[in-house]
Design a protein around this ligand. Structure first.
Ligand SMILES: *Cc1c(COP(=O)(O)O)cnc(C)c1O
Length: 470
C-alpha cells in the first residue's frame, strides 16, 4: 500500500456519519436499523476494496455522499426479489434453468388457496384422524394410469433414490450399461445408486444389452432388483438393442425380483396424436407390469417439481415405510398444484389446451407464426433505426431431458442492433424488467415465439422500448 492509498483510507466515512444521512431519506427511515447498518458497512467495505484495488488514484472520492449512494444501492438490490419471472424466448420449452414447466391456471389457484390458510394436508376429513399426504393424488393417479398405488416425493431424483434404498439396499440392482445416464446438473444414475446403498450390477454393452445379460446376472442371494432407465435425454441409433420392460418384468417374476422402470419424463398423453415422436407413456409402463415406475412432475407432465412413484402394493408398502420418505417428502403447495394439473388430464378431453407445456408443444406452427409476426410488428413499430428485425422459420426443442431428437417447427424474430454486439444485446434483454431470455445464433439475438404467452409480446415490446430509450 502506498501513501496515496493510506490517505484515501483516512477519508473513509464513519458508519454513524453515513447512517445519520441515510436516515434523512424518507424511505430508508422506515427500514429496520439493522438493515441500514448492514448497508452502511457494505458501502464502507466496498470503498475500502476500491482503494486497495486502485493505485491511489480514484475517480470518485471515498466521501460520505458516495457512501450513502452505495448504501441505498445495496438496499435496492436486497429488495429486488432474487428469483423472479423471466420471459423464455429461447425456444427450449422445458428449460431446466428457467424452472421447467409453467403451471396451468388451476394449479396456480390451488397454490394460493392452500397456502392462504390451513389445509387438510395430513388430516382425513371423513374420519377426523391423521391422513397421508399422498392420498390427495393417489386416487387420481390410479384412475389415470391404472397403477395400484402411488406415492409422491420432492422430485424424480428423490423417487429413484427412495425406491433403490427401499428395495435394493446392500443388494445388487441390475442395469444395462446403455442406461447409466447423466441427467444434467451432475445427476448420474450410477452415483445416485451408490448413495442409495444399492450395488450397481452393470450388464451388456453401451449399444446392446440382451435378455441373457440380465438373466446371467441374477443371483437369488444377491440380486435386489432389475432397473430399467428410459434414456429420456439421448437416443442411440444404429446397431443397438435393449430389452423391453415387459420382457424384464417377466424375467423378474420368474425369479421373484422386482423391476423398476425410471421413465424420467413421464408422459401421460400419447404425443403421436399430434404428429410428434412417440414417447412411451406412463400408462404403457403400468401395462407392462413393472413393479415400480418413477417419473418427474415437471417434465412432459407439465406440473410442479415432484417425483411420482407408481407401483404394485407389496413393494409400495416397503417404500411407504422407509424413513427416508420423510426426508424427501413433497410440500403442500406442490401437492395442490400437482393435483390440479392431474385433474386436467382426468376431466379434460384436450388437456393439451390447458397445460402450458403441452400447449406449446402441440400448437400448430401457423399459430406460432401469428405470434411472431405480432412481435415483429410491435418491435419494428418502435421506430428506432439502430435496431433491425426480421422473422423467419426455425426449430424449438423440448429440453428438460425430454424428447431429445424432436424438432418443433417454430417462428422467430431476429434482432440486430447497429450499435451493439449480439452479446451486449442479449445482456440488455436479460437485464430487462422482466428479463427476456433469448439465444444467440450467427451473431444475432433470436427470440423464439413458441413458448411465449400472448401477454408476453407486450412485455417484450416494453423491455425493448426501455433498452431503446436507455
Ligand atoms: C429427469 C430425470 C431424472 C431426474 O428427475 P428430476 O425430476 O429432475 O429430479 C431421473 N431419471 C431420468 C431418466 C430423468 O430423465
Amino acid at each position: 500500500m502506498d501513501d496515496a492509498q493510506r490517505l484515501l483510507l483516512k477519508e473513509l466515512p464513519k458508519i454513524d456519519e453515513i447512517l445519520a444521512l441515510l436516515e434523512k431519506n424518507d424511505d430508508a427511515a422506515t427500514l429496520p436499523r439493522s438493515l441500514l447498518v448492514d448497508a452502511c458497512r457494505h458501502a464502507v467495505d466496498g470503498m475500502r476494496r476500491e482503494i486497495f484495488d486502485s493505485a491511489g488514484v480514484m475517480d470518485k472520492r471515498p466521501g460520505v455522499d458516495r457512501a450513502v449512494a452505495m448504501a441505498e444501492e445495496r438496499i435496492r438490490s436486497l429488495r429486488e426479489p432474487s428469483i423472479r419471472r423471466v420471459i423464455n424466448a429461447t425456444g427450449i420449452l422445458l428449460h431446466t434453468n428457467l424452472g421447467r414447466a409453467p403451471l396451468c391456471r388451476e394449479a396456480l389457484e390451488e397454490i394460493v388457496s392452500i397456502s392462504r390458510g390451513y389445509s387438510n394436508l395430513e388430516f382425513d376429513l371423513s374420519t377426523g384422524r391423521r391422513g397421508l399426504r399422498y392420498d390427495h393424488v393417489s386416487e387420481i393417479l390410479r384412475v389415470l394410469t391404472g397403477a395400484e398405488e402411488a406415492i409422491v416425493v420432492n422430485n424424480n431424483a428423490a423417487a429413484v433414490l427412495l425406491v433403490l434404498n427401499s428395495l435394493s439396499f446392500g443388494k445388487e440392482a441390475i442395469v444395462s450399461r446403455g442406461e447409466l445416464i447423466e441427467i444434467g446438473g451432475e445427476f448420474r444414475i450410477p452415483e445416485v445408486m451408490e448413495k442409495s446403498g444399492a450395488l450397481l450390477r452393470e450388464v451388456g454393452s453401451t449399444n446392446r444389452t440382451h435378455l441373457y445379460d440380465y438373466e446371467n446376472a441374477i443371483d437369488p442371494e444377491t440380486t435386489g432388483m432389475i432397473l430399467k432407465v428410459h434414456t429420456s435425454n439421448f437416443r442411440t441409433v444404429g446397431f443397438t438393442g435393449e430389452v423391453e420392460p415387459a420382457v424384464l418384468v417377466e424375467l423378474g417374476r420368474r425369479h421373484g425380483i422386482p423391476l423398476m422402470n425410471d421413465l424420467g419424463s413421464g408422459c401421460l398423453l400419447d404425443l403421436g396424436r399430434f404428429g410428434l415422436g412417440r414417447e412411451p407413456t406412463v400408462q404403457d409402463a403400468v401395462k407392462s407390469g413393472a413393479d415400480v415406475i418413477t417419473f418427474s412432475g415437471d417434465k412432459l407432465l407439465g406440473g410442479p417439481q415432484a417425483g411420482i412413484i407408481l407401483g404394485r402394493r407389496p413393494v409400495m408398502e416397503k417404500i411407504r415405510k422407509n424413513p427416508l420418505n420423510r426426508a424427501l417428502r413433497i410440500d403442500k403447495l406442490t401437492l395442490g398444484a400437482l393435483e390440479a394439473t392431474l385433474a386436467q388430464y382426468l376431466f379434460s378431453k384436450n388437456p393439451e389446451d390447458h397445460i402450458p407445456v403441452l400447449r406449446f408443444m402441440t400448437e400448430p406452427v401457423d399459430s406460432v407464426h401469428h405470434r411472431a409476426e405480432e412481435l415483429f410488428r410491435r418491435l419494428a413499430g418502435i421506430g428506432d433505426s439502430r435496431f433491425s428485425f426480421t422473422t423467419g422459420p426455425d426449430v424449438s426443442f423440448a429440453g428438460g431431458g425430454s424428447l431429445p431428437t424432436q424438432e418443433f417447427p417454430t417462428r422467430v424474430v431476429t434482432v440486430q442492433a447497429g450499435h451493439l454486439t449480439a452479446h451486449e444485446m442479449e445482456r440488455r434483454l436479460r437485464r430487462g424488467d422482466p428479463p427476456v431470455i433469448g439465444r444467440i445464433q450467427d451473431e444475432k439475438v433470436v427470440l423464439d415465439a413458441r413458448a411465449l404467452a400472448d401477454d408476453e409480446v407486450d412485455i417484450i415490446e416494453r423491455v425493448f422500448r426501455h433498452i431503446a430509450a436507455g
